[in-house]
Design a protein around this ligand. Sequence first.
Ligand SMILES: [Zn+2]
Length: 319
Amino acid sequence: MLKTILNECIIALSIKNETPFLIKSGMERVEDPDMFPIKTFRNGREEVFIPGSSLKGIIRSHAEKITRTLSQGKKPACCNPFEKNKDKPDFACSSYFEEYKNKKNIKKLNGTEAYKQSCLICRLFGSTENASRLIVRDVHLKAGCNVKFETRSGVGIDRFTGGAASGALFSLEVATNAEFEAQMYIRNIELWQLGLLAYVFKDFEDGIISIGYGKSRGLGKFIGKIDKVEIRYFVKCSPSPPNIWGIRKMVQKNEYDFYEEENKDFEVKGVSNLIPDEFGFRQTYVFEGNSQLRYLWNTVAPIWNQRVDDYESRRENLK
Ligand SMILES: [Zn+2]
């Protein structure tokens, strides 16, 4: 990806559990229940947390569902990471790249080609050939949050008989009363990517995203709310309020196949002014509170819809 950072986006998301949850630890300890939450040592005590990679995985798989729904009846704008059949339209990008490298007899794709030939989801979340643009940090509890734990018992089900499997009683420790603060970061953002995330965040707000073990038994329902979105630019290459720019507007040559429709200003109604940093290098738009965030989503969500409609695969024909 570009060697320079032309714009950056930082997103703060609060999430709290609606039903008890269990984000499993892989470790085993003799005195523990069979399954217990993953914890880390922080602020002088052991605390539950959500690994950034777990939250990113949940956001990705939800974004895939949204993309598949919007692409119905058209070329899918999102691959299926498990699809190994190259004749299928959603053939996995990672498998396609393997074929591509074999065919061209190269060891590694350059970033430009990898981005250009990726589906929309792999352009944001990465694949084996290109790094993810979205970075999700480990998600920790809000200060003062007092998590409660309870132990439950479960019964393993025999796959063949559908009855209880012999010796299948197990115990699990679940957590509740948790409120987390998540932070996400995207560099060199295309505006449609923020539009796609707006859809995911709406579903977080509506409480339809679950995290962790036991979704079918009602565990892990969370409600999320975006607290703040910041979009940052260098002072020398910055839009004038009330406009925002995606990366396409900031590069001369479009080698990466950035979305051409973004080569213009996008007005965000009611936008705050750009706030300069103390060194005068960079300046930032800050979107906070319901109305400012709604204006931002109203600007970027339609770009995402349009992006899916206009999607054309840039994969080379390898036959
Ligand atoms: Zn893909």
